[in-house]
Design a protein around this ligand. Sequence first.
Ligand SMILES: [Zn+2]
Length: 74
Amino acid sequence: MICPYCNKEMKKGILSGDGRSIVSWKEGDKKANFWDKIGGVCNVDAMKYTLATFSAEAHYCPDCKKMIIDTDIG
Ligand SMILES: [Zn+2]
C-alpha cells in the first residue's frame, strides 16, 4: 500500500493490544510479543485502551507516522 501523504511504500504489519498492555504494531504477519513491547519500538501512543483484546492488519508509514487500517476484512 502506498502512503497517501508521501507516496512511499508503507510497511504491512499487525496492530495489537489488550486491556493489560500497551497497543503495539509489528512489521510482518505476527503481532508484537512481550519483548517487542518491553523494547517500546512499536508502541502506538495514540491508541485508547479498552478491556477487549484485539489485533488488526495495519499499514504503517514510518516517515509520516501514519497508519492505515482495513475496517472491513470480511
Ligand atoms: Zn508517508
